[in-house]
Design a protein around this ligand. Structure first.
Ligand SMILES: [Zn+2]
Length: 114
């Protein structure tokens, strides 16, 4: 939550992304995220395979079967990863857990926002 900007309308701290916009949960104000998405973070925003910005807590879906280092279980296409964590200074990877495998580090080019 700390990385989300506050609402420009009511200064509410509970905001969330909706498509290309940010939405304030407190007053319902909606404003474009462009320009603010990477605020406070150096470098490129983390994006999924479709170019949608990803933030901490997003759910993503694996778009192809992936081998997992140190695990005999492959990560199947269509697997839902809930509540991802962005990797600081590394826009190409996120961290997350599938139901079967914990502590995954995944390339964002194999993911899409759920
Ligand atoms: Zn607001």
């Amino acid at each position: 939550m700390a990385s989300m900007p506050t609402c420009p309308h009511c200064s509410g701290e509970i905001t969330y992304p909706d498509g290309d916009n940010l939405v304030c949960a407190e007053c319902g104000h909606e404003w474009p995220a462009a320009g603010d998405a990477g605020a406070g973070k150096a470098g490129t925003p983390t994006r999924d395979s479709n170019g949608n910005a990803l933030v901490d807590g997003d759910n993503v879906v694996v778009i192809k079967d992936l081998k997992v280092k140190g695990s005999s279980i492959p990560l199947k296409q269509g697997t839902l990863i809930r509540g991802i964590r962005l990797v600081e200074d590394d826009p190409e990877h996120i961290e997350g857990n599938s139901e079967k495998i914990k502590g995954l580090v995944l390339k964002t080019c194999f993911l899409r926002k759920a």
